[in-house]
Design a binder for this molecule. Structure first.
Ligand code: APR
Length: 260
């Protein structure tokens, strides 16, 4: 049994190395590259994913992030939101995978990052063009006058926090269930899907609508798809051309070694 496990392990390493070489070829020959990231890229920064055994939705009721529920129960929703997004992983730092994407952009190998994450870690790693499909948890927005605050500017000790201008209810500047995608991010993402000839999809199940349509759109427009994930996703057997099976930091580290 041990020798069989070793064989499988060696075989998988061989496949990963081979696929890294294929990915590097695609990257070197691409005209415009976009990265599309999900919760998995931040797992190694200590932020748990949403789905799966260790997922947030196994511990918390997603109802607290329903927009109607939030308006009816702002104090209760805010209590859980503070625990998850500010106390629990507010201090997470970018990891190797975030840094490699920033390095690729700096070296003109990456046009933009489209992220479903709200953790701001791409920007903290140095990425400049980031389209935040679901918004950003490091900002708060007044639901009445739309004033935007940085998290540090407003105390969230007493809940719910209120707007300094109009005393309206403040809400994290990420989208809740029942809200639309921020228009600018949506338009920029569709544009990237129309123009890119290579998408690098990292750490996402491909299950969340409408975000999951973006890589599919890119594929339909002729883009090649490189996917990084330790598990198979909805994309793996449908649109993925080169599957790099492994954790984001490990795989992006190998890509970086091969590229720079
Ligand atoms: N490296 C890369 N990928 C990983 C890692 C890792 N270390 N660990 C887990 N993953 C993969 C999982 O295999 C899974 O495919 O990351 C994905 C995480 O899945 P989800 O938590 O469902 O995240 P995602 O598909 O990005 O959807 C997140 O769901 O509730 C919404 O709006 C919320 O943006 C959020 C979206």
């Amino acid at each position: 049994m041990d020798s069989f496990c070793n064989f499988v392990k060696t075989f998988n390493i061989f496949i990963l190395e081979d696929n890294i070489n294929k990915a590097v070829e695609l990257i070197k020959n691409a005209r415009q590259i976009t990265a599309f990231t999900g919760a998995g890229i931040s797992v190694e920064s200590g932020i748990p994913p949403f789905r799966g055994e260790a997922g947030l939705w196994n511990k918390y009721d997603p109802m607290v992030l329903d927009i109607n529920y939030f308006f009816s129960n702002p104090k209760e929703s805010w209590g859980i939101i503070r625990e998850i997004f500010y106390d629990f992983f507010g201090n997470a730092e970018p990891n190797k995978a975030h840094f490699v994407l920033a390095e690729m952009e700096k070296n003109n190998l990456l046009e933009s990052v489209i992220t479903q994450n709200i953790d701001n870690l791409h920007q903290e790693a140095g990425s400049k063009t980031v389209h935040e499909f679901h918004g950003n948890s490091k900002k708060l927005i007044c639901v009445d006058c739309r004033t935007v605050y940085k998290v540090g500017e407003i105390s969230i000790k007493v809940l719910p926090p209120k707007c300094k201008n109009c005393n309206g209810l403040l809400k994290p500047d990420f989208i809740f269930f029942g809200e639309g995608i921020p228009q600018n991010a949506y338009i920029a993402s569709v544009d990237a899907a129309n123009k890119s000839d290579l998408f690098i999809v990292i750490g996402t199940t491909g299950e969340v609508m409408p975000a999951c349509q973006i890589p599919v759109m890119a594929k339909q427009n002729g883009a090649k798809i490189i996917e990084v994930n330790p598990e198979f996703s909805k994309f793996t057997n449908s649109i993925t051309d080169v599957f790099l099976q492994g954790k984001a930091t490990e795989v992006m580290g190998k890509l970086s070694d091969a590229l720079f």
